[in-house]
Ligand binder design. Structure first.
Ligand SMILES: O=c1[nH]c(=O)c2[nH]c(=O)[nH]c2[nH]1
Length: 313
C-alpha cells in the first residue's frame, strides 16, 4: 500500500504540461582563508565563495535521480582543495579555475556561476614596518568577483561593495519638476553621500591583470567622486563610469547600485541657533536608489554575465 507520498503517484511526465525552467545549484558562502607561508613574510587571502552549476539536471528534479548531481559538499571541498593546489592570486582567477574545472570535468555541467567576496587584511604596522604574520582587517569596502560560464563563453566581473563616500559640499540638486506632491526644497549646497556597489565586466580574452584593474578602478572611482561638482547623484555616477571606461581599456562596461544617503538639515531655530549647513540628521530610510549601467557605444551586451545579480540593470 502506498504512503501517499508523492513518489506513489503516477508520474505525470511531460503530460502535466509543467516543465523545468532555468536552474542552478551548488554551495553558497564557502569561507576560505589561504595563507601563503613559503617565506616568513606570510600573505593572506580571505574569500567567501559560492559555486553554482548549470546543465542537465532534468532527471534529478523530475525523477529524483542523483546520477548527475555533483554534491554541493563536493563543490565545497573542491574550493578548499583548489585553495591549496592553485593558491588564490585574485578572486577572478580563482573563480575561473573553479569554473573551468567543473565545466571541463563534469560532462553534464555545461555552465555555471561562481561568485566571491574578498575581505581585505593589511599588515599591522610595528615600528614603522608591516608585521610579517599579523594582520588587521581593512574596513573601506569588500571586493567582489563573479564568473559566469554560459554557452561556452566565460564572463568575468570584478567589483566592490559597501564603499561609503561623502562630500560635505560641492553637491546641488535643483531644476527638478514640481507637482502638487513635491515638497523638496531646491538646494545649491548639500551633503552627497552614498555606499558604492559596482561591478565591471572585462572584455573577453583581455588577459587582464585583475588586481591592477581593481586598484585602478577604485582609485578612479574615488577621485572622480571627489572632483565632480555634483548636480545630482545620477550625474556623478555617470561621470565615474565614463572616466573609468575612458581610462581602463580592458573593461566593457561598469554597473552601479548607489543609494542616496540623505542628510537633512536640522532646524536649530527653536534653540535660537543658526544652522549654516553644519548639523544634519542622517536619514536611514527611505533612501534614493540609482541602478545604472555605463557602457561603450556599440559594445555587444552580455546579459548572461548579469543574470542573478540582484540590483544590477
Ligand atoms: O541626486 C539626486 N537625484 C534625485 O533624483 C533626487 N531625488 C531627490 O528627492 N533627491 C535627489 N537627489
Amino acid at each position: 500500500m502506498g504512503t501517499g507520498d508523492i513518489e506513489d503517484r503516477p508520474a505525470a511526465g511531460d503530460r502535466s504540461g509543467i516543465v523545468l525552467g532555468s536552474n542552478q545549484y551548488g554551495k553558497a558562502e564557502v569561507r576560505v582563508v589561504r595563507i601563503e607561508r613559503d617565506t616568513a613574510r606570510h600573505r593572506i587571502a580571505d574569500l567567501n565563495v559560492t559555486s553554482l552549476l548549470r546543465g542537465d539536471y532534468e532527471e534529478c528534479y523530475r525523477g529524483g535521480d542523483n546520477a548527475h548531481v555533483l554534491a554541493t559538499d563536493t563543490q565545497k571541498n573542491t574550493i578548499y582543495a583548489f585553495a591549496k593546489e592553485y593558491g588564490i592570486s585574485s578572486p577572478e582567477e580563482f573563480l575561473l579555475t573553479l569554473g573551468r574545472h567543473f565545466t571541463g570535468s563534469v560532462p553534464w555541467t555545461t555552465g555555471g556561476r561562481w561568485e566571491a567576496e574578498q575581505f581585505g587584511w593589511e599588515r599591522i604596522p610595528v615600528q614603522g614596518r608591516g608585521h610579517d604574520h599579523s594582520f588587521v582587517r581593512t574596513g573601506q569596502e569588500v571586493r567582489t568577483a563573479a564568473v559566469t560560464i554560459a554557452d561556452g563563453v566565460e564572463h568575468v566581473l570584478g567589483g566592490l561593495k559597501d564603499l561609503l563616500v561623502l562630500k560635505s559640499t560641492g553637491s546641488e540638486f535643483h531644476g527638478f519638476p514640481r507637482d502638487k506632491y513635491t515638497t523638496l526644497p531646491e538646494t545649491t549646497d548639500r551633503i552627497l553621500a552614498t555606499s558604492v556597489t559596482a561591478r565591471w565586466r572585462f572584455l573577453p580574452a583581455a588577459g587582464a591583470d585583475y588586481d591592477a584593474s581593481y586598484a585602478a578602478v577604485k582609485a578612479l572611482l574615488l577621485e572622480t567622486f571627489a572632483q565632480t561638482h555634483s548636480l545630482s547623484l545620477q550625474q556623478t555616477i555617470f561621470a565615474i563610469g565614463e572616466r573609468i571606461l575612458q581610462e581602463r581599456a580592458e573593461l566593457a562596461e561598469i554597473r552601479f547600485v548607489m543609494p542616496n544617503k540623505h542628510h537633512y538639515l536640522m532646524d536649530l531655530g527653536p534653540f535660537g541657533l543658526q544652522n549654516n549647513n553644519e548639523v544634519f540628521i542622517v536619514g536611514d530610510r527611505p533612501y534614493g536608489l540609482m541602478n545604472t549601467a555605463v557602457t561603450r557605444a556599440g559594445q555587444a551586451e552580455a546579459p548572461a554575465a548579469w543574470e542573478w545579480l540582484a540590483g544590477f540593470c
